[in-house]
Ligand binder design. Structure first.
Ligand SMILES: Cc1ncc(COP(=O)(O)O)c(C=O)c1O
Length: 238
């Protein structure tokens, strides 16, 4: 039986699966860098929701663009051509300043990583991926397989491919773990959930060199550190 909602009680969590422990902060609205809690108090947000709110909350240009698109057409499948999608892809390629020619839009970071890993397996036909200790890449089967410490909550009976984790900054581990059996190395250039840990340019350059040596792909997961958050379009620009 569905329990009755408590009258005027919008804090009830009865309908949410109790998956995540909850912080003692109930956000009812936000503007700029400020959150407002249920008691009407302002709270300075130094977190930006995993850096998702990189422009701050309620940025007028962003809000206006979303509103205009929602009014004009809120969804069409990828199989229906839409000018706005083509323009967004072109803007992203140009913004990146990288040697990209095309974009594949997905719905989440985990999905992006799943697809990047899939490409690496298809391109190399190899069985192994090297990831870095402390990394977070998402909660789906392949993304969680390369997430450090995911065994506590992984849930699937087995990982879909071979994975090994390299200690951060350990150049010797790169040499032993990234081999001709490695389809890809996946790395957050600045690890987000690990606590904003900058792996540093020399370490990333060593990964690049070793991947080139053995013919593996190097996947930069910039879900949290990309899109201008490092002062450059992406960490890959550095
Ligand atoms: C670095 C990184 N990669 C991947 C993900 C997964 O993204 P999503 O939650 O959109 O699947 C996150 C989410 O916090 C992340 O921080």
């Amino acid at each position: 039986m569905i329990p009755p909602a408590a009258a005027n009680d919008d804090t009830t969590r009865d309908f949410l699966a109790p998956v995540f422990a909850q912080y003692p902060l109930e956000v009812v609205s936000a503007e700029g860098v400020w959150l407002r809690n249920a008691r009407g108090e302002r709270v300075l947000d130094l977190y930006g929701g995993h850096a998702v709110a990189a422009l701050g909350y309620g940025h007028p240009g962003w809000t206006e663009a979303l509103t205009a698109q929602a009014r004009s057409c809120n969804f069409q499948t990828n199989a229906i051509p839409m000018g706005v999608r083509v323009r967004a892809a072109e803007r992203l390629v140009r913004f990146s300043g990288l040697d990209f020619t095309s974009v594949f839009f997905v719905n989440s970071g985990a999905e992006a990583n799943e697809n990047a890993l899939r490409l690496a397996f298809r391109m190399t036909s190899r069985p192994h991926v090297a990831a870095v200790e402390g990394a977070f890449h998402g909660r789906t089967a392949a993304a969680a397989a390369v997430t450090w410490g995911a065994d506590r909550w992984y849930g699937f009976p087995r990982k879909p491919f071979e994975v090994s984790f390299m200690p951060r900054g350990d150049l010797a581990a790169i040499a032993t773990q990234v081999t001709e059996r490695t389809a890809a190395v996946i790395v957050e250039p600045v690890q987000g959930l690990a606590g904003a840990v900058d792996l540093g340019q020399p370490y990333l350059a060593a990964l690049r060199r070793r991947c080139d040596e053995v013919g593996a792909l190097l996947i930069f997961d910039e879900v949290q550190c990309g899109l201008g958050r490092l002062g450059h379009p992406f960490a890959a620009n550095l």
